[in-house]
Design a protein around this ligand. Structure first.
Ligand code: NDP
Length: 476
């Protein structure tokens, strides 16, 4: 596939391409251009040319294009999901969820496009003021490989509705579904240049995008180290920044919780997308009084999960997205074992056997009695490994939950409203779920505290972040 600049497909000037490999089979699916700083400059120019016309359209007109794109996505969701599974690895039903989730986001923003926005402020003898919102300009969006479709939706929905134009850089291992969605948005009626997509390596295309002075806002989702680098690069131009970074979400299960429901929550919360989700359950704290029963049930359910090619009808867990990811996970578990920092209750290794040789599979793993300074607790583990710790009371659970540099999400499983209030007040995170984990609907703002990032995506809040106020002051 080629990149998209100014509504056209563009091949790399120097004919250098990046292979896109199926992480389950090792097969080449397609290749995309290894774009350059020159391609980024062309894309930014196209987006700048398209900006004025796009900004002048009414919100409702922009919303209708998003709505039409969502309709096309729904019609073609099976093909899109299959492509997503092939490049990313996730089970097909999760890919279908993600593609439908993308359509939901576009529909949410299309849905609010008809609502009046702005404020009129009466200031007595001084006059009256009219406050409206204006788009920021050309925005840059950098997308990771773990949820490439959903995260593209989080950025394109509000940015485009607010009247901005975009240059997007997809992750190098998962550019194909994103390029297909970019073509669908053009087909739905986006004027040429409103949405551009430049493929290529983060260090080249990503950095060129952040450095380009024509870019007025950057929205980045990825790991903390890259986020820090982007913050450094962007600071020289006083750019607006949204950084959605890593997470190490705690799940707290109290002794009054519905144990079976919490077991299912932990299973989905940790093993969805092979554990490669920013808001996955990455640390589980269970009350001493129910720990034995809870852990036994969780082990039974974990052992029943099927690992395999995401296109297989019975697959619950697909491969990790790359050999590096697989190695990183294997190393973290080995280190914990060698140092005696936890007991591997089940799993704890690369999946072996002929059917698995070509892919990056890892057994779903539970580790108990984990030391608080184990890397499974202190680092973000982006794979199917769950450390489970038992705690004597809620205060200890909250202290453990907060003993992290991250603050993305957290959940508490209980029937007690006072427990809910205490967790909500005291746990540091951007979202607290009760008897649930992982769900991030487009209606509610999403983003972290501490090293999990700055800014919010989704909801009306994201629309605010892709626009700024302008005031007309009338001194009669
Ligand atoms: P990376 O930061 O490595 O990559 C993310 C994107 O940034 C890719 O498109 C990558 O390109 C690009 N990139 C890499 N280096 C640079 C650079 N120097 N300048 C500009 N762009 C660059 O993230 P991971 O692959 O590690 O993604 C997983 C991370 O994302 C996890 O930490 C996860 O928690 C986090 N995440 C956070 C979410 C949130 O909302 N808070 C949601 C989902 C994930 P290329 O692919 O070419 O390397």
């Amino acid at each position: 596939m080629k990149m998209r600049i100014g509504g056209k497909e563009v091949a790399p000037a120097d004919d250098v391409w990046i292979d896109v490999i199926n992480p389950a089979t090792g097969e080449l699916i397609d290749r995309v251009p290894a774009g350059s700083a020159g391609d980024v400059a062309d894309a930014v120019s196209s987006a700048a040319e398209a900006f004025d016309g796009w900004k002048k359209k009414g919100m409702r007109e922009r919303g209708m294009i998003l709505f039409h794109a969502a309709e096309i996505v729904r019609e073609r969701h099976k093909d899109l999901a299959r492509l997503l599974t092939m490049e990313q690895g996730k089970p097909l039903r999760e890919a279908i969820d993600e593609v439908r989730g993308y359509a939901n986001i576009l529909e949410f923003y299309a849905g609010i496009s008809a609502q009046p926005s702005g404020d009129a402020v009466r200031l007595g003898a001084s006059g009256d003021a009219l406050v409206v919102r204006e788009p920021v300009g050309v925005c840059g969006a950098i997308i990771p490989w773990n949820m490439p479709v959903l995260i593209m939706g989080w950025k394109t929905g509000p940015a485009l509705l607010a009247g901005n134009t975009l240059v997007i850089k997809p992750a190098s291992s998962t550019p194909l579904t994103s390029l297909t969605l970019a073509a669908i948005l053009d087909e739905a009626g986006l004027p040429p240049g409103v949405l551009n997509m430049v493929t290529g390596r983060g260090g080249d295309v990503g950095e060129a995008l952040v450095r380009n002075p024509g870019i007025k806002k950057i929205s980045f989702t990825g790991n903390c180290t890259t986020g820090e680098r982007i913050r450094e690069l962007a600071s020289s131009h006083l750019r607006d920044l949204t950084l959605e970074l890593g997470g190490s979400d705690p799940m707290i299960v109290m002794d009054d919780a519905d144990i079976d429901k919490a077991v299912e929550g932990a299973l989905r919360g940790r093993f969805y997308n092979a554990g490669q989700t920013c808001t996955a359950v990455k640390r589980l704290y269970v009350h001493d009084r129910i720990a034995k029963e809870f852990i036994a049930k969780l082990k039974t359910r974990t052992d029943a999960l099927n690992v395999g090619n995401g296109l297989g009808p019975k697959t619950d867990i697909g491969p990790l997205n790359s050999a590096e990811q697989q190695e990183r996970i294997a190393r973290a578990v080995e280190r914990t074992r060698e140092r005696g920092e936890g007991t591997v209750l089940t799993g704890g290794g690369i999946v072996r056997g002929k059917a698995y040789e070509t892919g990056h599979f890892y057994h779903p793993t539970l580790v108990t009695d984990v030391a608080p300074d184990s890397c499974l607790v202190t680092e973000e583990i982006f794979g199917p490994v769950l450390p489970v710790m038992s705690v004597p009371d809620l205060n200890t659970a909250i202290a453990c939950a907060n003993a992290s540099r991250y603050g993305l999400g957290a959940s508490v499983w209980t029937k007690n409203i006072s427990t809910v209030k205490k967790v909500f007040d005291e746990v540091q995170a951007g979202i607290i779920w009760v008897n649930r984990h992982l769900t991030v609907p487009p209606e509610v703002p999403f983003g972290g505290t501490r090293e999990s990032g700055i800014g919010r995506e989704n909801g009306y809040h994201a629309l605010d972040q892709y626009s700024r106020t302008k005031t007309l002051f009338l001194g009669w």
